[in-house]
Every structure is written in C-alpha cells, then in structure tokens.
Design a protein. Structure first.
Lengths: 131, 542
C-alpha cells in the first residue's frame, strides 16, 4: 500500500472525525481512490502537504483558508474524497447522519458555525502568508 | 433479418420509443426496435432491499453504491449536467461522448444510449399541458386528451386533488392516491393553505406533485415503499421506467428488439424505408427495412439522423430547452431535527406560478428534500473547512429544501443546432448554440425572484442560486417544429417529416414551445398519438 497515501488517510481522517481513528477499510479505500482518481499535487502543494502531515494541528486552519483562497486545490480535493469515503463507513455513520438536537446541542451548533467562520477568516490569512 | 420487411422500425427505447412501440405492437404490427441499449450490469445486484438510513448504518460495502467501484460517484469540481447521477445510474451516460459527439460552449445537454433512454433518470413528474400550452406547442388538444389517458393508465400516476391538480394531472382518470410527504414538506403545504388567498392572488398554487410512482401495486410492479433509494434502484419497479415497457414488449412475437445498434441514417425506397446503423461493439455496418420509420432517439439524436440523411451539413435547426436553476433553501424550524426514516427522494411538492391565470405562461418549481444524495455532495459547496462543513450540514440537512425552477421556452435566433463536418467516427458532429436574449434573461431572473419570495412567505429561505448551465433541464425540443405548411425540416401534425412518405418523428422534435411543466408525460402522449395515427392510415400485416 502506498505509504504516503496511507499517512494522509490517517492524518486527514483523524482531523475530519474530530480525533477518532478512521476505520481500516476507509484507509484502504482512500489509497485506492488516490490511485484511480490520479490526484497529483504540484511541488508547492506537495511541500504544504508534507508540512501538514508533520503538523496536523495546522489542518483545520489550512483547510478553512483553502476553502476561501483556493477551493480547487489538491489538498481540498484529497480531503473531499476522504470525507466522501468516511461517510460511507457504517462505523462513522453517526457523525454524518442528522439527529435530534437537544437545546444545548442547538447552542453548540450555533457556536460551531461562528467558530467555523472565524477559522475560515484566519485560515485565509494563513494560506496567503504561506503562499 | 437484413432482408425482412417490418411494418415499423422504432429507433430508441426511451419514453417515446417505448410508448410508440407499445401502441403499434398491441395492434398487431410487426415492430423492430433499434437501440444501443446500455445497461447497469454492475450495481443492480449489490443494492440491498433496505431503507437509506439502514444501509448507511449497517452495510459495509455501501461505498460501492454511493461512490462506485471506480469512485465515479465522487463529483469532479464544477457543476455539470448529469453530475447528480449516482453510480448505479451512470450507465445512462455510457458511450455518449464517443458515439454522440457534440460541440458547444453554451449548451451542455445530457443524452443517453441506455436501455430505456433518459427515462432511466426521469424525475417522474407528470403534467398535462393545458389547451393553451398544447396550441402554442403545435399539438391538437383533442388528439392529446385521449393520448394522455392511455399513457396515464399504462405508466400509473399518483396525484392529489389539491391546488396543483389543474397544472398536473387535472383531466386524468384512474390516478392513484398521492405520495406521503415528509414533515418539512407537510409544514410548507399547511402554511400555504393558511395563506392560500394571498398566494393565489399573486398567481401561486401549491400542491403535491403528480408522479409516475405507484402508490398501489400494479401487476408485477410494487407500490412505493418509501426507502428513499429511488436515485439508486428500480428493483420493485415502483417508479415508471421505459425499460419496463420494453421488457413487456419482448414477450410479444411481433416485436423484435435489437441492441448495440446506433442508427446513423435512413433512405426512402418507394414504399419502404431502409435504416442503416453501426454495431457499437463490432463497428460493422448494419441495415434494416420497414414500411415506416418512427424516430424516437431523443431530440438531438433525431436531429443528427435527419440532417445526416438529408446531407444537410450546416443547416440550422431551432433548439428549445427549458432554462433551469436550483435554489437550496432553509426551513429554520427543522434545524437540528431528526429526519423521517421512511420518505422518498422524488419531488415532495410542486409550486406553480400562473400570473395571467390562463395557464398560457406557467412557471414551475419542484421542491425536494435532500438526503439520499449524501452529505459530501453539498459539503463541497460551503466555503468552510470540511470538518466544519460536515458538522454544519449534519445540523442543516433536515431543514434543507431544494427548489428546482423551470421556465417556459420559445425559439430564438441564438438557439440552434447544426451538423458539422468533424474528425469523428461518423465524419460529423452536432454543434449547439444556446444564448438567451436579454429580455429572456430578465424574465427568467424576475420569475426566479418571485419563486424565492414565495418560498420566503412559506418560512423557507434561499441560501444561494445554482445555475448548472443551459441544457441542464434535460428537456429538449423544437428542432423540427410542427407546421401546417410542407417545408424542409418541419413535421406535419401527425408526426410525419415533411417531404418524406415513410419517416415519422415520435419524440419532442415537433414541440414549437416548451411549457415550464415537465414535458415527459406529453412526450409519451404525443408518441402514442403519432403511433395511433399511423395505425389508422396503415393496414397492418398480421
């Protein structure tokens, strides 16, 4: 199995699932998808990708920044493909399927939306600085 | 078979080909159907008989259905016609880029070489055109009235007696009870009913859609089980698909079905017509003969065959296609709620805009709930980190309604097709130009704003407008318009191609005007009427 793609699946998976380890089947599918879909980063994107694999705590900001600055970047594409794969794993279904929110969860969702907007703004600045 | 003379050759197995062939076969005519006939051989067997949520919670191999074995269900960036097709429906577009070359910077249609044609992906909406609409389209109201009833009985239509009825299945008899709709849609409908007077005074009418979706068993077809898997599976045949009709026709001795045959051209030979094509697997030339030819491969396919047969390179044919956009809306009341486990992914509601009150210029919006096409397809649209986007849409999803808006369509100078010489297998390619005039654009925008306002009054707020490009309505017509006068590249009212003795067109090529209402039921009714008219003038050899 391609080691680089395997590392991406694990690091990106933990990020997308809020720290939960992605199931093995998702990792295998991600490696297959990268081969079939031929998503190849440019040298600049590869450098950023390597940095993100070394420092995963940067992922939320870089992902958010790229969503505004360069939504069609290879890193966003890779995250999108993994997100689609994770959604089809029964083990992770609960984090994708809608559920009845309690009043506290409603509040939490509203705060999350506000933080998501702030993260996008900070991420945008960070991505521009890196570029 | 090459030397056999059939009564009729029907080209295409889609909604119009299937309906015309059924009419002919039931009257004893010897019918040959020529079709490429691509099928889904890969996914049909792996779709479990479970509801969408159960599949998501339980099935380890669900990625095969939702993403595809080659991940073809993960959309590439940008919004394109057909991008919403799920892996089990991708066969609808198989072989199209190779066999049906089309050049355009302004028009992005969807064509199909599938068994059952584009009907395999039909949204199932059924609307009877009003007399005013039929007149503008060039069709005879009386002839169509009987045809609508026949087609409705054949395919099975579920419809409600509500405010949408005059725009949907109005005059049809023998309709089934309407589908059950989800909580969010019920809420919209009850709000509409409370404010009905105000809506009606602005020309808006809302109700449940008429759908070719069974709510009662019909022969071996089972009633809808609300598993929300209609975008993936037709296993129980609740939704009408043209291949159901063709499968039935194959049981008749007077019906012959030939697949892997792409019809290229025809030539009239006295009282007969010779049809030549290519075998799509071997590349061999093939030829068949009949007393009459019925073209029903879809409007663009018919244009190719007619222009090629007349050697009319560079001849312009008018082109009609309903302008279309979709508007994701949010119903705040349902934010963060659970979703109904048992529902349907097909249209939940229809909203009509009839400002003149005479059904001559009706706009139509179909309202859908969003779930079975998966979260990942919408997550990509948000300018947020994917993790934030996932959490946000998990919260938003039960409150999301998608409003698909269709507009009426008339011919224009900058809307046409041409056959051009090209270095393709056939030596030609269809060129399409489609540019709306400034006046048309203004009308489209103004109507979209009216629909957005109407939804806002119902407590449902537009988030954005997505324009998938011209041709995305998958409604095409008007290339060989109906005409009382004999003239090249026009049709007589009975579907005969002017200037020919034996060539008839059973698809939407003749429609001179496209109402905003879905046209599929009218296409099928017209195809039946064309076939029935032929039977009346032909002595069929039994």
């Amino acid at each position: 199995m391609n080691q680089q793609h395997q590392s991406e699946a694990l690091v990106f998976g933990r990020y997308l699932l809020n720290g939960i380890e992605p199931v093995d089947s998702a990792v295998v599918l991600y490696v297959q998808a990268m081969e079939r879909l031929a998503i190849v980063p440019s040298s600049d994107e590869q450098r950023l990708l390597d940095r993100l694999l070394l420092h995963p705590m940067l992922l939320p900001l870089v992902d958010a920044g790229l969503a505004l600055a360069n939504p069609r970047s290879v890193i966003r594409r890779k995250l999108f493909v993994l997100s689609a794969i994770l959604e089809t794993q029964p083990a992770h279904a609960a984090v994708y399927l809608p559920y009845e929110h309690s009043p506290v969860q409603h509040l939490k969702a509203i705060f999350s939306a506000v933080f998501a907007g702030l993260r996008a703004a900070f991420g945008f600045i960070l991505v521009k600085l890196i570029a | 078979m090459k030397d056999k003379l059939f009564d009729f050759i029907v080209v295409g197995s889609g909604c119009t080909g299937a309906m015309a062939a059924q009419t002919l076969v039931e009257h004893g005519a010897k019918v040959l159907m020529l079709d490429v006939g691509k099928k889904d051989e890969r996914y049909k067997q792996v779709i479990p008989d479970l509801d969408f949520t159960s599949i998501r919670e339980q099935k380890n191999d669900q990625h095969r259905i939702f993403l595809g074995d080659d991940f073809e269900g993960i959309p590439t960036p940008g919004v394109k016609t057909g991008a919403q097709l799920t892996p089990p429906r991708r066969y609808l577009m198989e072989g199209v880029s190779r066999w049906l070359p089309l050049l355009s910077d302004t028009f992005f249609p969807m064509e199909s070489l599938a068994y059952g044609g584009l009907g395999g992906g039909w949204g199932l909406g059924c609307c009877v055109f009003s007399d005013a609409e039929l007149q503008q389209s060039g069709m005879d109201s009386q002839r169509m009235a009987e045809a609508y009833q026949t087609v409705s009985r054949r395919i099975g239509i579920a419809s409600a007696s509500d405010d949408a009825l005059p725009f949907t299945s109005g005059p049809l008899k023998d309709v089934m009870p309407a589908i059950e709709i989800d909580r969010g849609s019920s809420r919209l409908l009850s709000t509409y009913k409370k404010q009905k007077k105000g809506f009606n005074s602005r020309g808006f009418y809302m109700g449940k859609p008429a759908l070719a979706l069974l709510t009662e068993d019909k022969g071996d077809r089972k009633k809808l089980d609300y598993q929300d898997m209609e975008f993936y599976s037709d296993a129980k045949k609740s939704a009408y698909r043209p291949w159901i009709t063709v499968d039935e026709l194959k049981k008749h001795n007077n019906f012959t079905y030939v697949s892997e045959c792409l019809v290229m051209r025809y030539a009239e030979l006295g009282d007969a017509v010779s049809v030549s094509g290519i075998h799509t697997e071997t590349g061999a030339n093939i030829e068949f003969k009949a007393r009459k030819l019925l073209l029903a491969p879809g409007v663009l396919g018919t244009a190719r065959i007619v222009l090629r047969s007349a050697n009319a390179v560079d001849q312009r044919l008018p082109l009609l296609s309903n302008p279309y956009c979709y508007v994701p809306c949010i119903q705040p009341r349902f934010l963060g709620s659970a979703m109904d486990r048992h529902t349907t992914g097909m249209a939940q509601l229809s909203l009509f805009h009839d400002p003149r009150g005479d059904q001559s210029d009706v706009g139509m919006a179909s309202i859908y709930s969003y779930r079975s096409l998966m979260l990942f397809r919408v997550m990509e649209q948000a300018p947020l980190a994917f993790r934030d986007s996932r959490k946000l849409f998990q919260y938003l999803l039960p409150a999301i309604k998608i409003m698909g808006i269709h507009h009426t369509e008339k011919p224009g100078d900058q809307k046409y097709l041409q056959l051009q010489k090209a270095s393709t297998y056939s030596g030609d390619s269809l060129k399409a130009v489609y540019i709306l005039s400034e006046t048309e654009n203004q009308k489209v925008l103004s109507r979209e704003q009216s629909f957005v306002k109407a939804m806002r009054s119902l407590g449902c707020y537009a988030l954005s407008k997505i324009d998938p490009g011209h041709g995305s309505s998958i409604h095409y017509a008007g290339t060989l318009p109906f005409s009382e006068k004999e003239g090249m590249f026009t049709l007589a009212k009975d579907g005969r191609l002017h200037g020919s003795k034996s060539v008839y067109v059973a698809d939407g090529s003749g429609f001179r005007f496209l109402p905003a209402k879905g046209l599929t039921l009218s296409l099928m009714a017209n195809a039946h009427a064309v076939a029935k008219g032929l039977l009346n003038t032909e002595s069929v050899h039994r």
